[in-house]
Design a protein around this ligand. Structure first.
Ligand code: UTP
Length: 473
């Protein structure tokens, strides 16, 4: 009886607040739901931030910024600065002050892989998955610097269970279980063009992960931030799950982040030069006095094509989505997680939904819904000063986003092979190349063999590689 009353009371509260925001259709199938389904649906509805959802949707401007973008200051360190920074970064690692943070809560819709993207077989020869690639790099960093590097991985409620199961099955990819922590990000509802929240089924709201910016809230709410503070972690090495060439805990970058005269040590970013004006990658810029990333859709054609006196694209520093973030800054931004500093943005995406009138499932073939997401790079503008460090694209960028074409498994494998070829050539190995300069072989170098090009010099290597060969080191 008490349960039934509670459910009734909850229903009454839910329908009242939904009516206030024109979202009462979410309870249209109430009568056909079981008690359990009703409880689950109410729990979802109670968590919806209806006021915030309405405000974000009402902010219809596709362009997030109003001021004229200015070029961001890009750090290109000279050799003395590099040496000093690398030593400083190595000292940070030796002191055990650095942790890794991977955002792996995305839905990976463009890739279309069935499962968490971190489990995608990403390497060219052994087909190791992305989580395994990063775990190897973390293990190699730990043994090189004699330190522990805790790894925090952010999942979403949509892929958390599958990710946890995989980490258990794979024995934490060789790392100590107590040094790996999987935390879950929040969700936001998906909306139709009228701002109505979509249903995923009769008793379920269509929810999407709240964007990689949700990481700053998730680390506070999950207790990860407290865990970092207890362990004496001062700096977070942040990267995305979809770039197998991301250099985790790069000492040079960490040292610049901490010691560069223009860095507040709060949040630093890596950039790679864009390959062309129309490459679909966000770029660093200063808008309204704040360093931020402009999505390619936010930049007019004129600005994206404009060049400086040196002939280079003015907005040519592509966002690598690799950051160094101080734990103190993250704590300041996220507080206890209840108030969230980063804004939400709208993105038009394809979302299957249940028609609230007919009760039929609809599988759209084109974008039909608005997802509300926050972006981690919006945090950069909150730093007192933030540096953007340009790095070599061939060394650090091979994202897997799409099933085919640019940023696909094929292009990523080619980029991984190219980096391995460069490292081998630098170590004196003859690598066969085709007429267009690409390696005529399939190569893979694990971080446990060599964490960087210099380390490969200490590994026994063949004098040359045969044309068409496949080699995993
Ligand atoms: P993307 O913006 O490439 O999105 O995420 P995605 O969800 O992986 O792929 P699509 O757009 O559905 O095809 C960049 C990085 O941010 C993480 C992703 O896991 C990826 O590492 N991310 C994205 C999250 O962790 N949570 C989110 O809500 C969104």
């Amino acid at each position: 009886m008490t349960d039934a009353l509670t459910m009734e009371a909850r229903y009454a509260l839910a329908i009242a607040s939904l009516r206030l925001f024109g979202q009462e259709h979410l309870l249209r199938f109430w009568d056909s739901l079981s008690t359990q389904q009703r409880g689950q649906l109410l729990a979802q509805i109670e968590k919806l931030q209806l006021q915030l959802v309405r405000e974000t949707f009402a902010n219809r401007s596709e362009h997030r910024h109003h001021g004229t973008p200015q070029e961001a200051l890009i750090v290109r360190a000279d050799s003395q600065m590099r040496t000093e920074a690398r030593l400083a970064g190595e000292a940070m690692l030796r002191a055990g002050e650095v942790c890794c943070f991977t955002v792996a809560g995305g839905q990976g819709t463009r890739l279309g892989f069935d499962g968490p993207k971190g489990l995608y077989p990403a390497t060219p020869v052994t087909k190791r998955c992305l989580f395994a690639v990063f775990a190897e790099a973390i293990a190699a960093t730990q043994s090189r610097y004699g330190c522990r590097v805790p790894w925090y991985v952010m999942t979403s409620p949509l892929n958390h269970e599958a990710t946890v199961a995989a980490f258990k099955r794979e024995n934490w990819f060789g790392l100590l279980p107590e040094d790996v922590r999987l935390i879950t990000q929040g969700t936001m509802p998906s909306l139709d063009d009228e701002g109505k929240i979509l249903l995923a089924s009769r008793g379920e709201v269509a929810l999407n992960p709240d964007g990689h910016g949700g990481s700053l809230r998730a680390i506070a709410l999950s207790g990860a931030l407290r865990d970092m503070q207890t362990r004496g972690i001062k700096t977070i090495s942040y990267f995305q799950v979809d770039n197998p060439l991301a250099r985790v805990c790069d000492p040079l970058f960490l040292g610049l982040h901490q010691g560069h005269p223009q860095s507040s040590g709060e949040m630093s970013s890596k950039a790679v030069p864009k390959v062309s004006a129309d490459e679909k990658v966000g770029v660093f810029a200063v808008v309204d006095g704040r360093t931020t990333v402009l999505e390619y859709s936010d930049l007019s054609r004129e600005l994206s094509e404009s060049r400086g006196g040196d002939g280079k694209l003015r907005f040519g520093a592509g966002n690598l989505a690799v950051h160094a973030i101080s734990v103190e800054f993250a704590a300041r931004l996220s507080g206890d997680g209840s108030k969230f500093a980063l804004p939400f943005h709208r993105a038009h995406k394809r979302v299957p939904f249940m028609d609230p009138v007919s009760g039929e499932m609809v599988e759209p073939t084109a974008p039909n819904a608005w997802k509300l997401e926050s972006f981690v790079f919006d945090a950069i503008g909150f730093a007192r000063s933030a540096i953007v460090v340009e790095v070599d694209r061939a060394e650090e960028f091979a994202p897997i986003k799409n099933a085919h074409g640019a940023d696909s498994p094929a292009s990523s494998n080619a980029a991984q092979t190219e980096r391995a070829a460069r490292w081998l050539e630098a170590a004196g190995v003859k690598v066969p190349r085709r007429a267009d300069g690409t390696p005529d072989c399939n190569l893979e170098i694990s971080s446990s063999t060599a964490l960087d090009a210099e380390a490969l010099h200490r590994v026994p290597l063949p004098p040359s590689i045969a044309r068409g060969a496949t080699l995993a080191l």
